[in-house]
Ligand binder design. Sequence first.
Ligand code: C2O
Ligand code: CU
Length: 434
Amino acid sequence: IMDMGYADYGGGVSHEGMHHGGTAVTALTGPRDRPADVSVTLVARAERIQLPDGRSVAGYTLNHASPGPEIRAEQGQLVEVRLVNESVPDGVTLHWHGYDVPNAEDGVAGVTQDAVAVGGEHVYRFVAADAGTYWYHSHQVSHEQVRLGLFGALVVSPPGGTRAGVDRLALVHTYAGRRTIAGRPGETRVSAAAGGTVRVRLVNTDQGTLRAWVSGAPYRVVAVDGHEVTAPPPVTAAAIVLAAGARADLELVVPQGSGAVRVDVGAGTALVFGPDGATAPADPEPRTAVDLLSYGAPAPLGFDPSAATRRFEYRIGRRPGFLDGRPGLWWTINGHLYPDVPMFMVGPGDVVRMSIANDSGETHPMHLHGHHAVVLSRNGTAATGSPWWTDSLEVADGERYEIAFVADNPGVWVDHCHNLDHAAEGLLAHLSYV
Ligand code: C2O
Ligand code: CU
């Protein structure tokens, strides 16, 4: 198979097992024929958000709160979420960020469904097939709606749960210029026994890069974008970097005695874990960061990236032009301005290799829907650590990543920058699997 480039439309490649009548509709939706194990109704409203520190900011809420309710499920359970739009004028959807749901459940307004107008509702159903830390957010005018509060967490545990004594979700979000964890700025104390294990599920719901670090004890990065890291070594004096939309689960042990552990997310906002009265040092932000390209131990991928049947190039640039008739300096994909960007076409079971090169002058956290990709290399340096599965990959200016994934989820998927302002400025392409 040759390098086909971004504009390949699949001509000449045959796919065994593909039905000529196209993909069955049931492959595109979640199960509709059995009762749900987890049922949640989320009501979206335009109203002031009451933050835990007593302030309130104008925005959007789900069930009168932002972040919205934490959705917890066990692996294998059927999740049903009924979304009701009470008063969000532009309409809303819910996208399960990082979760490989069937296409019709993906919640992308204008691609997989229409936005739910005021007075309307929509039901999402999917099987929680993968354990890990994920989140959900509106995918309608998302550069405004996510910033203004329409999001929450989705946490799926393996049957029997995780082994940590304290399992703490940390949705990091900036409301009206203040960095918060679950809406709370500053330091939040969480009671944890000396010698106990703590799992912190960091989720970067902001548009920029998040750097987190730990004082008072070493930590391990036990999962990245919902996927377990193999044999994660202890980290001291290095930050963990999360692209916009990315997650990292940190595991740490509270010291014996009267010490506590502090997890900082910048701007003085932190979680402090320990027995009552225990104190933690507050180290300054480390200069170095964990490099996931070489962190942990190699493990089987479950497929062979060297047997690629599709190769795509995703080159990000920037140039002046017109987007929807508006003049400006817009992002380009392989030199093209949105929507003049051909689809990346794949077929059932294709092993896809994509190189993402950024020569645009800014950083772009790239997010592929419906699939998990593994990082093969960065700037020509091959990955040597634990398989780095990602759905939200930070690609800095001048960088080039090579990733691979198996096309195993039929439908039309978007692949865009999760600096959501950039997506609205044209940094969005479609992956089509039929
Ligand atoms: Cu988190 Cu297409 O989005
Ligand atoms: Cu971007």
